[in-house]
Design a protein around this ligand. Structure first.
Ligand code: GUN
Length: 285
């Protein structure tokens, strides 16, 4: 029997309504949440993502600014702009869209974002806080979105075996940390894992974040498992995940579609982090 296709659009719409209410409440007390997005260069996909973030802010009433800088922008110029927003009381979240042009060192740039405005949760201080389980109001957007999807479809995470495919700093590693915080038993598999299928087949919850279309087929999935596909691969002009959706759908308990679930959930968590940062800024004024 085919499994449930997770209705990402409905989950996203519900959470954005909740965020909208929070924004109204904060705005009423003189603290309208504000996000700045900085993009350098002309990578077309990045511009599409940034436009999506701008639109999402408008949808929930968050004040936003987008700074579109030319590809020749120097690292010093970018860092100076970040410091301007670190000091700007109207701005509660700063996001520097990745990837940056090759002459700019992304890690060094992220180090300059004030940790309490780091809505991506990429700053080493926030990564460290995630590691020790300290609650800061800032959670990595894609992994936090995955946890929300699991909870909103009623998944009991505690005690389950969660397998994360991929070990990136943006998704794989923080995903494993958040699942561990939810008391899952967590395994991470990656390109050097000798027999990946042997481990993925043990997963009650399988999160795939590699960036390779059709990497995961039915032979990797335990019948009834919940499969979350974080992949976004553009092949033949079509957007596909890392999971062979049609085949895996037949045996999974539930599966996310690509596009239409993890992508918009990631943006939704960015909105939530901005609201959380605005709320926390009230305590420090
Ligand atoms: N590029 C692709 N995804 C992301 C993201 O979540 N944050 C940033 N800053 N850049 C990205």
């Amino acid at each position: 029997m085919a499994g449930q296709v997770i209705n990402g659009k409905e989950i996203v719409a519900t959470i954005r309504e909740e965020i909208k209410a929070e924004v109204l409440e904060l705005t009423a007390v003189g603290c309208e949440p504000g996000l700045v997005v900085i993009i350098v260069g002309d990578d077309p996909a990045s511009h599409v993502y940034v436009n999506g973030k701008e639109k999402a802010c408008a949808q929930v009433g968050i004040y936003s600014e987008v700074h579109r800088l030319p590809a020749e922008t120097t690292q010093d110029e970018l860092v100076s702009l970040i410091h301007v927003f670190n000091r700007d009381a109207r701005i509660h979240g700063i996001l520097v869209q990745s990837p940056l042009p090759a002459h700019i060192n992304e890690d060094e740039v992220v180090d300059h974002i004030a940790p309490d405005k780091d809505v991506d949760c990429f700053h080493p201080i926030n990564v460290g806080n995630l590691m020790i389980g300290k609650k800061t109001g800032m959670k990595p957007c894609t992994p936090a979105g995955v946890i929300q999807v699991l909870k909103r479809i009623g998944t009991e995470i505690s005690g389950k075996h969660a397998v994360v495919v991929g070990r990136s700093n943006i998704v794989g590693k923080p995903m494993a940390m958040l699942l561990l915080q939810e008391n899952a038993t967590v395994s991470i598999v990656h390109s050097r894992t000798p027999d990946m299928a042997e481990i993925t087949r043990q997963a009650d919850i399988l999160v795939v974040a590699v960036g390779k279309a059709n990497l995961i087929g039915p032979e990797h999935v335990k019948p009834g498992a919940i499969v979350i596909d974080v992949g976004m691969n553009r092949t033949d002009g079509k957007l596909r995940g890392d999971v062979d959706f049609e085949a895996v759908k037949e045996i999974s308990g539930a599966i996310t579609p690509v596009p239409g679930c993890v992508g918009p959930m990631t943006i939704t968590m960015l909105l939530q982090n901005t609201v959380n940062a605005a709320r926390l800024s009230q305590n420090t004024q």
